[in-house]
Design a protein around this ligand. Structure first.
Ligand SMILES: Cc1cc2nc3c(=O)[nH]c(=O)nc-3n(C[C@H](O)[C@H](O)[C@H](O)COP(=O)(O)O)c2cc1C
Length: 248
């Protein structure tokens, strides 16, 4: 028997909806969804995301053209474009630490530790020299002690902040479902065109946009399929010959 609570029910009921009716999304609800997305976890609490809320009809028409003409972009009353900032580790992170210090969330020495490690993680130095050093130095260091991966190029930095921003997108979709709203995540779009339409700085990336609204009940799709959990969970070690889930 599945164990249910309201959060699990929202996770379970979420699906990608591509047909919407015209019912608008309440401002207060939308604000709460954005608050929830902003509460998502991120590495070092970097919070690299921005949320561009697009309700304007003309802009959504332009976005639809940049998104391979996907109908949900104009059918849903709201599209939230998730933006990830690879520069989040600079001044913005000083603000995160200052707020953390002031609220008592982090003691001073932890803030200093985070600042140092975030610099080490992101810094690539003039002409990428420090990045180059990290690229070759990290595998060498690993021969002596466990060493995590670090950012060695602008592409690494973009990928890192994209991954963090996706967590806020997932949180947003589950929160939306908890209010009876439906969503459609999309990465099928031309990122540079979307940046241009919404005046998003070129230094930032756009990992996903999410259409938000109420499903058109006459066009309900089947629930999407999943590979059974028993094939996805391994106990203790990855090779599956030993034990399967659930344990007998
Ligand atoms: C990062 C991401 C990008 C996606 N991009 C698109 C997209 O561009 N267009 C689309 O119709 N669906 C898109 N989807 C939806 C997936 O097809 C969908 O999540 C998957 O088939 C599972 O269905 P479900 O979301 O209803 O459970 C995307 C989903 C994710 C997570």
């Amino acid at each position: 028997m599945p164990i249910l609570n309201e959060t699990i029910e929202s996770i379970d009921a979420r699906r990608s909806v591509r047909f919407y009716d015209s019912k608008p999304v309440d401002d207060e609800v939308l604000l709460q969804l954005l608050e929830s997305a902003n509460r998502a976890p991120s590495g070092f609490n970097l919070q690299p995301w921005y949320f561009v809320v697009v309700r304007d009809d003309d802009l959504r028409l332009k976005l639809r053209a940049a998104a391979m003409d996907q109908r949900q972009v104009t059918e849903a009353p709201v599209v939230v474009v998730f933006v990830a900032d690879p520069e989040c580790w600079k001044e913005q992170y000083d603000r995160v630490l200052e707020l953390s210090r002031k609220s008592g969330a982090l003691p001073e020495e932890v803030c200093r530790f985070y600042r140092k490690n975030v610099d080490l993680l992101f810094r690539t130095g003039p002409f990428g020299l420090f990045g180059f050093l990290k690229k070759f130095g990290i595998p060498l260091r690993r021969l002596l002690k466990p060493t995590p991966s670090a950012i060695t190029s602008p592409t690494d930095a973009r990928n890192y902040v994209k991954a963090q921003t996706m967590l806020s997108a997932a949180t947003f979709m589950i929160a939306a479902r908890s209010f009876g709203l439906d969503t459609s995540p999309m990465e099928g779009f031309d990122e540079s065109r979307v940046r241009r339409i919404l005046k998003i700085p070129a230094s930032m990336s756009v990992p996903v946009m999410i259409a938000l609204g109420y499903a058109d009940q006459s066009e309900q799709a089947e629930r999407s399929a999943r590979i059974p959990l028993s094939e996805k969970v391994r106990i203790n070690l990855f090779p599956e010959e030993e034990q399967k889930f659930p344990l007998s």
